[in-house]
Design a protein around this ligand. Structure first.
Ligand SMILES: O=C1CCCN[C@@H]1CCCn1cnc2cc(F)c(F)cc2c1=O
Ligand SMILES: [Mg+2]
Length: 503
């Protein structure tokens, strides 16, 4: 079987779907914009779920499940919350041959499904904080061209919805969750992200503020929103919305509306990981989430050697590693050459291959081959489990270091407008001292839409939008309030802000 067939840097979109198909992560599905998640990708989602579930339960979050159907009058409770989104809402209008009395929406997110019941359940401040999460799928009938994991009409995610007595409590939790999201990317997927706050234009309009972790795909030079954690303020608890209030413990007879957060992380995680680490041989999996971390392959089988000895050695090695908690398999398939097997497992992104041939057996060693760098090194079978464990740790951290370099080397500090479009056209993101005025952001999007040199009209490069105002401003020179000017509009700059083309 040929390798991926297209090169990552030549045809990124084609490379991406080929990698997903040849590694058996997905299969296409008969409804457009939907994909089948096969075990090779679903096991990654399970790994993320296991880790994240344990962490949110430490924060006192409990899992629950709300129905996927939302009645029209509930979904459209607050016109302005929903109006921008209504084209994406999918509706059930018929059952069998009979039309429904009134259409029922399939949840695109669950605020409107959940909050009428938050109102019913939360009566006293003793009922706070209420912290529920659900693992489910949501449907958004997007019309932009779909991309597996990144933009699909149904996707898996978790959505957390919490209610607090005070803003201070809500503010703390927003950041606790955002940091868990950062850790999912950086510690499990070896993908670097930049945490920050969204601009007024980019935030969730129904909320008070949106915090985000921003990823970056060097091959396309585009930013990508990796996960979000919103403070909704009292926007959804106020009387004209869902009326979620408790008697105020500090004001006798007083009533206070609860402060809410909502936060989400989706299977977009998997797409970002594939794009970040994949190469022209296919998928490259971070060991931490690989369902098979080590594959052991018998080599050098000829008529002259005792095949069974080699097979037994491979089988025993794989078993020994499994006993030590390393997810390993021996590939003892008959009728396939070692080379065929190498290619197979390289396409599937298995982080480490161990070869055993007659010479290896004689020298009591195995030849290790790293998927991320291709580096080969003999390892003594003595103490093999701890050697392999250490090597997998090294692979994980070096994948992360390389991805960090790929991201941060493409974040360009800009203080003059003329450098913005050329920076975007060179597949980098801009970080600039920005005024944070919404009119300025609209202007930047407009002015950065046209590339600096005439481009193929069919694919005019989309304008830049603000990605995040990083929480950590210490990476750049302090902005002198009242002195440093916004390169786009010349008014006083407030904070360094990331701008870029994005998914
Ligand atoms: O982003 C999150 C995290 C998890 C919980 N929800 C929040 C806000 C979701 C914002 N959003 C995002 N997309 C939507 C699409 C729709 F079709 C629709 F009716 C509503 C929405 C919508 O409210
Ligand atoms: Mg959307």
């Amino acid at each position: 079987q040929i390798a991926i067939g297209v090169k990552k840097e030549v045809d990124f979109a084609g490379w991406y779907t080929n990698v997903l198909l040849k590694s058996e992560m997905i299969d296409y599905y008969s409804v457009s914009g939907c994909y089948i998640l096969k075990p090779w990708s679903y096991t990654i989602w399970e790994e993320i779920q296991t880790w994240f579930n344990a962490k949110i339960k430490e924060l006192g979050v409990e899992n629950a499940y709300f129905p996927m159907f939302v009645s029209q009058k509930v979904l459209e409770r607050e016109k302005d919350h929903i109006e921008g989104f209504s084209p994406e809402v999918a509706w059930v209008t018929r059952a069998g041959s009979s039309d429904l009395e009134e259409p029922i929406a399939i949840r695109p997110t669950s605020e409107t499904a959940m909050y009428p019941y938050y109102s019913k359940w939360i009566q006293s401040y003793r009922d706070l904080p209420l912290k529920l999460n659900q693992w489910n799928s949501v449907v958004r009938w997007e019309f932009k061209n779909p991309q597996p994991f990144l933009r699909t009409r149904e996707f898996l995610w978790q959505e957390g919805h919490t209610a607090h007595l005070t803003k201070a409590e809500a503010d703390v939790e927003v950041r606790q969750i955002l940091d868990l999201y950062r850790r999912v990317y950086e510690e499990l997927l070896a993908v670097p992200v930049i945490p920050g706050i969204k601009s007024e234009k980019e935030k969730f309009a129904g909320g008070l503020y949106t915090t985000t972790i921003e990823g970056f795909i060097p091959t396309s030079g585009r930013g990508i929103q990796a996960a979000t954690s919103h403070c909704l303020g009292q926007n959804f608890s106020k009387p004209e919305m869902f009326d979620i209030s408790v008697e105020d413990p500090n004001v006798p007879g007083g009533k206070t509306y609860v402060w809410q957060n909502s936060w989400g992380l989706s299977t977009r995680t998997i797409g970002v990981m594939v794009m970040t680490h994949g190469d022209n041989q296919g998928l490259v999996l971070p060991p931490r989430v690989a369902s098979i971390q080590v594959v052991v392959v018998p080599c050098g089988i000829t008529a002259k050697v005792n095949k069974q000895d080699i097979y037994d050695a491979c089988d025993n090695l794989a078993k020994l590693l499994r006993v030590k908690g390393i997810r390993s398999r021996a590939d003892l398939r008959e009728g396939y050459t070692p080379g065929y097997k190498f290619n197979d497992w390289e396409q599937k992104g298995v982080p480490l291959r161990l070869e055993i041939g007659p010479q290896d057996l004689a020298k009591k060693q195995t030849l290790s081959v790293r998927r991320d760098t291709g580096v080969k090194a003999p390892i003594p079978l003595e103490d093999i489990a701890s050697s392999v464990h250490d090597l997998l740790e090294t692979i994980q951290s070096e994948m992360f270091e390389r991805a960090k370099e790929g991201y941060y080397s493409r974040v360009k500090e800009i203080t003059k407008w003329d450098d913005v479009v050329p920076t975007l056209d060179s597949k980098c993101v801009v970080v600039m001292p920005w005024c944070e005025r919404e009119a300025c952001e609209d202007d930047i999007k407009e002015r950065s839409g046209r590339a600096s040199e005439p481009q193929d009209e069919r694919a005019p490069s989309a304008g830049a939008k603000s990605l995040a105002i990083p929480f950590d401003q210490s990476k750049w020179a302090p902005i002198e309030q009242g002195k440093t000017k916004c390169p786009a509009c010349g008014t006083d700059a407030k904070r360094w802000t990331l701008f870029g083309r994005s998914y």
